[in-house]
Design a binder for this molecule. Structure first.
Ligand code: SAH
Length: 512
């Protein structure tokens, strides 16, 4: 029978490895699949920010946990088949690599049996990624010429297990055991019983590649006791072998200046990625807790830029919103005509470059008021100033004092947001009060004010007693102090780079 004309063509399932935790350790192919997905069925991941690659229409479904009940895997397989048969592009997103202890093979078999086309996108498996971030190369010419990935799950330890512990114990130089923390004692005993040297070094690496990465090192003889002492829990890997000796020389991740620090970012989500990236690059765990969002002002009359001698932009937002307004009127960068363009800060310059404009003047400081002092030859000139609604009057006043005629046009407002954070407000409150957040960052006065309004039950000073407060500049500092907040860190220049630099320096001093 021919399929009816209304039957959609069958979709494809992409079985994608999400990598080990660090959200950047996914492949380009994996990201591409997420960007095209109609449906994503994902396991409990170490990093759910990967789902941000999906377009808004993607249906996101958390997979039933197959460990809870044997039937769940069948249910899951049926789910994959049903969505594909409805013509959807389905991504089955799995931690690490899908074919390494991930049941990816079982799912692929089910798809084949159902006649559903599929592709596999390999991922970086925990054994290699977590070891690398721990400073342990799983092979090394002097220490290890072979490596085995083994499951330490209870089934692997039963007498009828098909793991040949007897041979494995001595046949392979590096052993990496997945899912083994709960059975560490039995695993260690088996290895020793079957002839592995009791002095062999062992590491446990918990949630490797993430800012919470935790490592315990010992030998087959004492590792159980050391792990019990710190109550280390799953998910972790057990790495057995001489290669563990290299960690002391090859650590690079958990020695980053902000490793182990939890830092709250309060600026608007749309503006936060550069700042958050920079903090993460320095090893911090970033918690996004936006207190403001950028809202373009609707229907502001935007003048033609070519009617002015100078057009000044003090932020990326202003560039983007202004350009959007031009485009709405069917125009593009040519609308600037012969007028000169001034931009504050490298990000604003980059945003202008992206629309084909090279600014004629960039002041030496990232502060808006620097323009008024440094810009030459504006007497009698017409200036269009495009900014936020709440911007201070220093800049237009300074320009007017030099004899310029200034049109100060607000393009957007920063408005308070209720909840768009990575964690709930109550969790943040608890973390602040018990000191498990190390640094709170404020990048504008409105972030300070809105942040405090979100915790009305607390005196600012009491809320932030155990937390360092870092601010981007003197204006923000003034607002914070005015609210009774003690400011611990202030950026030398009003840029996120400078703020991160100041936080790194402050944390360095603290830990000495
Ligand atoms: N398919 C996955 C493994 C799934 S089994 C992969 O290729 O990595 C789950 C086990 O993997 C956990 O119990 C733990 O032993 C290990 N694991 C996964 N991610 C880890 C990480 N970031 N750090 C340490 N161990 C991890």
């Amino acid at each position: 029978m021919n399929p009816s004309p209304n039957t959609p063509p069958i979709g494809t399932v992409y079985i994608v490895g999400a990598g080990p935790g660090d959200r950047k350790l996914i492949t380009l192919r994996g990201v591409e699949c997420l960007q095209r997905a109609d449906v994503v069925i994902y396991d409990l991941l170490l990093n759910d920010r990967l789902l941000e690659h999906c377009p808004p229409h993607t249906e996101k479904i958390q997979a039933p946990d197959p460990r809870v009940q044997a039937t769940r895997q069948t249910e899951l397989n049926q789910l994959l088949v049903a969505h594909a048969k409805a013509g959807k592009i389905v991504v089955r997103l799995k931690g690490g690599d899908p074919y390494i202890f991930g049941r990816g093979g079982e799912e692929a078999v089910a798809l084949t049996e159902a006649g559903v086309p599929f592709e596999v996108v390999p991922g970086i498996t925990a054994a290699i990624a977590a070891s690398a971030y721990a400073g342990i190369p799983v092979t090394h010419r002097e220490y290890a010429s072979s490596v085995a990935f083994v499951t330490g799950h209870s089934a692997a330890l039963r007498p009828d297990s098909n793991i040949n512990w007897k041979h494995l114990a001595t046949a392979v130089d590096t052993l990496v055991v997945y899912m083994g923390v709960a059975h560490l004692r039995e695993i260690v005993e088996r290895l020793i019983t079957h002839g592995r040297d009791p002095q062999t070094p062992v590491s446990l690496v918990r949630v490797g590649t993430t800012p919470q990465q935790q490592i315990v090192q010992g030998t087959l003889t004492d590792i159980v006791q050391k792990v019990e002492a710190v109550h280390l829990k799953s998910p972790a890997l057990i790495v057995v072998g001489e290669v563990n000796r290299l960690r002391q020389h090859l650590r690079w991740f958990d020695t980053k200046p902000l490793f182990g620090k939890r830092i709250l970012v309060t600026r608007a989500r749309a503006q936060a990625s550069g700042f958050a990236d920079l903090l993460e690059t320095n090893g911090a765990e970033v918690i996004q807790f936006p207190t403001i969002k950028i809202q373009p002002l609707e229907r502001v009359g935007v003048p033609s830029p070519d009617k002015y001698d100078w057009v000044i932009f003090t932020s990326v937002n202003a560039v983007e919103i202004f350009y959007e307004r031009l485009r709405e009127r069917g125009k593009d960068a040519r609308a600037f005509g012969a007028s000169k363009v001034c931009a504050v800060g490298p990000k604003t310059v980059a945003a202008l470059n992206a629309i084909g404009i090279q600014p004629d003047f960039v002041p030496s400081h990232s502060r808006g008021s620097a323009i008024a002092t440094e810009i030459a030859d504006v007497y009698g000139k017409k200036i269009l100033l495009l900014r936020a609604k709440i911007a201070t009057a220093d800049l237009p006043n300074g320009l007017r004092q030099k004899g310029a005629r200034v049109d100060d046009i607000p393009l957007y407002d920063t408005v308070k947001v209720a909840s768009d954070s990575d964690k709930g407000r109550d969790d943040i409150e608890t973390d602040l009060l018990n000191g498990s957040i190390d640094v709170v960052t404020f990048t504008s006065s409105s972030t300070v004010t809105n942040f405090l309004e979100m915790f009305p039950a607390h005196e600012p000073a009491a809320l932030l007693t155990d937390v360092k407060v870092a601010v981007i500049g003197p204006e923000t500092q003034k607002t914070a102090i005015g609210k009774g907040i003690q400011v611990d860190v202030i950026a030398k220049e009003a840029s996120v780079e400078s703020l991160v630099g100041a936080i790194v320096a402050a944390c360095h001093n603290l830990s000495r």
